[in-house]
Design a protein around this ligand. Structure first.
Ligand code: GLP
Length: 243
């Protein structure tokens, strides 16, 4: 795992955006795995700026999002679908059919998850996967547990995630209890992975990831140790080791 420590959130976002700009320039048909949450927001703004400057073209880019809450329709402002339209897709020339976000209102969730997984395979797999990280070490919505799912699946959110994500809702009780998430296997099949973490809240989990040389389903992010091409970009607040 390659570690990059940037001074602050702005620099972290710039570094991540620079890497993605180069990847998109090198491969116009790139398949991107995208994350939501507060972490990648500024990176998306910077990508929009690069698009407006003419440095990148999304017309042949495909995207697959990591996760979505179950029960929220795509026009619900709390849904990850809405987030992606607002924070990226509405501002670039991506073709809507080339964007994929799990459908939290799918009728048959089991067959839907299989279909989502198959659509990633049909696209040729993910070239670059962007990841955030939960304070409990989750990636996507793969929560710490005795077992983790390999492929796209329905999961129950942990209490700590419900609490952490309640900041986007009116209260804890409004946070959906279930979500669809790409599995850890779906994530690990990406050719490259870029994990972003900023702020003091992520310091403990980043410390666990970097300092404990273990792989555990109780720290889902530790499975990234199995992947040959992971770049972790943190800011100084999220990192307490030597720079
Ligand atoms: C959420 C999402 C994750 C995200 C993480 C961190 O629960 N399911 O995909 O990476 O939590 O979110 P944030 O960037 O807001 O800290």
């Amino acid at each position: 795992m390659k570690l990059i420590v940037e001074k602050d959130y702005e620099e972290l976002s710039r570094r991540a955006s620079e890497i993605l700009v180069k990847e998109i320039q090198d491969n116009h048909e790139i398949v991107l795995g995208l994350a939501t949450g507060s972490t990648p927001k500024r990176m998306y703004e910077l990508l929009i700026e690069e698009y407006k400057k003419g440095s990148i073209d999304f017309s042949e880019v495909q995207t697959f999002n990591l996760d979505e809450y179950i029960g929220l329709s795509e026009d619900n402002p709390k849904s990850y679908n809405y987030y992606m339209q607002e924070n990226l897709f509405n501002h670039i020339n991506i073709i809507p059919e080339n964007t994929h976000i799990p459908n939290g209102k799918a009728m048959n969730l089991e067959s839907y998850c299989k279909e989502y997984e198959d659509s990633i395979k049909r696209a040729g797999g993910i070239d670059v996967q962007i990841l955030g990280i939960g304070t409990d070490g989750h990636i996507g919505f793969n929560e710490p547990a005795n077992e983790l799912e390999a492929e796209t699946c329905v999961v129950n959110l942990s209490e700590s995630t419900i609490k952490a994500n309640s900041r986007f809702f009116a209260s804890d009780v409004m946070v959906p209890r279930e979500a669809i998430t790409m599995g850890v296997g779906s994530i690990l099949k990406a050719k490259k992975i870029i994990l972003l973490a900023n702020g003091e809240k992520k310091r403990n989990v980043i410390k666990d990831l970097l300092e404990k040389p273990i792989i555990s389903t109780h720290l889902p992010v530790s499975l990234l140790r199995l992947h040959p091409n992971v770049t972790i970009i943190v800011d100084e607040e999220a990192y307490e080791g030597e720079k």
